[in-house]
Design a protein around this ligand. Sequence first.
Ligand code: PMP
Length: 366
Amino acid sequence: MTERPVPQKGILNIAPYVPGRSSAPGKKAAENIKLSANESPLGASPKAIEAVRAAAEKLEIYPEGSSRELRQALGEVHGIDPERIVVGAGSDEVLHLLAQTYIGDGDEAVMSQYGFMVYPIVTQAAGGTPVIAPETDYRADVDALLAAVTEKTRIVFLANPNNPTGTYLSADELDRLHAGLPSNVLLVIDSAYAEYVTAADYGVGISLVERADNVVMVRTFSKMGLAAARVGWLYGPEHLVDAVNRIRGPFNVSVLGQVAATAAVRDLAFTKALRAHNGQWRDWLTAKIASNRLRVLPSQGNFILVLFPETPGQTASDANAALLERGLVVREMGGYGISNGLRISIGSEDAMRAVADCLQTFMDEQ
Ligand code: PMP
């Protein structure tokens, strides 16, 4: 028997990330309405598209490796130091970089029960072990997260608001979580959906990064109309930025991604419109479909999580089949351990009316 290259121990124990479907079986592309990946309900900023068109004229030159202009724009818009920002090819890359930097063989990372599925993957890829803290009614539980910390813990990952539940911790709760952590444990606050939050007591993480040496905030452009461009970023302490930059690929973000994101971050009117549309239709859809049989978790993201009864004929997969029949493509949540849940991204007005109508008919028929 010839030997073949063997992946490092642990790699083959990783359950691969399975994205939501993008089309309904048997439907033509134009018949599908994709509400399965929390993309922008209003497309991309027209300024970002214009910037990509112009940049596409010149593809033979390498990008500026540190995404300097984008960091400058982010610094101005968020009032933060561009030198403390690292940009990645999507926030998935940023999360991988953080895990590679801080986690090694035998280390642990703590994450919440229904937290974002990439956290266990980046932890295991770095040789570490994910430790899951139970949630209370689909909400991250500060005490459970703190109780899961051991002397082996290197990172605590928290998505705020969380995908797929849409629930969030307040700024005070984040402070309490941070205060309970040993100073050598890194708190990663993944604020992927920050632009959509309307709750007044939400804290995005910036002020905590500014006050502490062991906190980093991670963000993405994917939910803001640029999922195809693959751009995410972090804001953290200088020592973390220095360490992460040592392993970051020298040209990790494409020119097209950099120019798209730079234009988008400066297009404040577009961000505002996106947020207003999302807030209006998230509330509308929640109110329209919540009933004594369908529970909708209160969401601060650009999606809602709907919990179905276990009654045969009324389950989440039965509802999904009815939605797919009409080309409405949403995400089943079995992979997250929520087999009675469907996650529905907020889309256009027409899409939201179609979802509400379909679910109403579905429940009435049972
Ligand atoms: N964090 C959270 C909480 C997410 O929901 C997602 C997207 N599903 C990401 C990070 C990754 O986003 P991206 O890699 O597209 O920037």
